[in-house]
Design a protein around this ligand. Structure first.
Ligand SMILES: [Zn+2]
Ligand SMILES: [Zn+2]
Length: 458
């Protein structure tokens, strides 16, 4: 079997940090498998992280290069292969295009003294195959109403430690109606998901967590890997514009310290903000404040939650469905879910058990609910809460916390009249620990459920 190897090594200066380096090598006609391994170390003190991925012959330009994308593993794997019949999770199997390929190094963290790297590429004429997974019989149950799921989970296709089938099984075990697997900078997991729909009783959808060196966002309704080599605000807007035109839904992830934070300026291009990420106590009061700032500027960004679970196995880590996002769908299908998301009909609770929230504005024969836009007027406000006994409920607008109630019965409901002529939005929240329920962003308030707003506009 023909075979050849090529080695790259050298040092990279700190001035290259945040950028990308391309190492070209030839793939001849007889090639069936490319195997890559790499190592690196900092040349001084300070963190050193080099990411890795691979492109088949293509332009290396922003966005266009993604036509040649064959996989990315961040700094999670020290070696990978791409072959005709199989590939390392995170990489795309398939025939190998003849021509010049590029190993891509992403210079995430480079210490001041620079770093040393070595990459070895092996090209061989021997193909590798794995047994195909058999697809489940796909039957879509119709279901109108509130459905619950998790919008942010990682598998072995990036830095998670479970395969997609284990995630589907766990989603079913904890009682979810849907789960979105959203690996970093690859779509190799999405290619495996269809066969899993309804196998364990729930809808399994895909997304990509577009992971840049200054912040992460999830793109849903995509079938290929979006550009992630974003180095400027201009790049970001071009990439997002391109994604939105192709029908992707964009959610800015964990914009808070240690999220990691969102260091790009604007968030207004997104459809959603992941306001409730992992446990509420992990700095989510900061994401909440940033969301409100966008809403006050008039951007009608919706609310999503995501566990960002990387592990279903290790104890002590945040698992699937913590928190749970509820969506009011006309039908439980990928299309139904996307349609309901576009209408921003969501609320988030700390677990699949709730609390569950409903909020309505009523005037004469007309009514408006979560995600909708009501006219500025005096209205009857109706709030319902299920599974919230012992907690505190509050009604929050852009100007202040409008009302606070101790919830002593289950279900709980309240009806009151409000003048909403000077209000931009109204939402409902429950607090498990209410250190100061009148302070919208008190860091010791433990929010256990939060609704998308009813927006008030002309
Ligand atoms: Zn992230
Ligand atoms: Zn993530």
């Amino acid at each position: 079997m023909p075979e050849y190897a090529v080695k790259f090594n050298g040092t990279l200066g700190v001035e290259l940090a945040g950028g990308f380096v391309y190492l070209p090598f030839k793939v001849p006609e007889w090639a069936k498998t490319v195997e890559v391994q790499y190592s690196y170390r900092g040349l001084g003190k300070g963190e050193c992280i080099l990411d890795i991925g691979i492109f088949e012959p293509c332009s290396l330009d922003l966005i266009d290069a993604m036509d040649g994308f064959r996989g990315w593993s961040g700094s999670n794997k020290k070696s990978f292969y791409v072959s005709e019949g199989s590939a390392t999770p995170g990489y795309l199997p398939g025939p190998l295009k003849t021509g010049v390929w590029h190993v891509v190094l992403g210079l995430y963290k480079v210490p001041p003294e620079g770093c040393w790297y070595e990459v070895e590429v092996k090209v061989s004429g021997e193909a590798r195959y794995v047994r195909e997974r058999r697809s489940a019989e796909v039957t879509f149950p119709q279901k109108r109403g509130w459905v619950k799921g998790d919008f942010h989970v990682h598998s072995i296709h990036s830095d998670g430690n479970s395969n997609v089938e284990e995630i589907a099984l766990e989603a079913s075990r904890v009682g979810l109606d849907f789960v979105a697997v959203t690996d970093h900078n690859t779509h190799s997991h999405i290619m495996e998901l269809n066969g899993l729909n309804w196998m364990y009783g729930e809808l399994v959808v895909g997304g990509v967590e577009v992971t840049t060196y200054k912040g992460h966002f999830n793109a849903y309704n995509v079938s290929s890997t979006p550009e992630f080599r974003i180095r400027s605000e201009g790049d970001l807007l071009r990439v997002v514009d391109n994604l939105r035109r192709k029908g992707a839904l964009i959610s800015v992830n964990h914009p808070k310290p240690l999220g990691p934070d969102w260091e790009w300026g604007s968030m207004s291009f997104a459809h959603f903000i992941e306001v409730y990420h992992s446990l509420w106590g992990f700095n989510n009061y900061i994401s909440l404040r940033k969301w409100d700032e966008e809403l006050c500027k008039g951007y009608k960004l919706g609310l999503l939650g995501g566990s960002d679970a990387h592990s279903l196995k290790a104890e002590g880590l945040v698992g699937l469905a913590s928190p749970t996002t509820w969506v009011l769908v006309d039908e439980l299908s990928e299309r139904g879910l996307l349609k309901a998301l576009m209408a921003r009909r969501t609320f988030v609770s700390k677990s699949p058990q709730g609390p569950r929230l409903e909020l309505y504005l009523l005037r004469g024969e007309d009514s408006w609910s979560i995600g909708e836009e009501a006219p500025p007027a005096t209205m009857m406000v109706e709030a319902f809460i299920e599974g919230g006994r012992g907690t505190t409920a509050r009604l929050v607008s852009d100007r202040c916390v409008e009302h606070v109630w101790k919830i002593e019965r289950d279900p709980f409901s309240v009806k009151l009249e409000m003048d909403l002529r000077d209000v931009k939005f109204l939402r409902l929240e429950t607090l498990e620990t209410a250190e100061d329920p009148w302070d919208r962003y008190h860091r010791e308030n433990d929010i256990s459920a939060i609704s998308s707003p009813i927006y008030i506009g002309e």
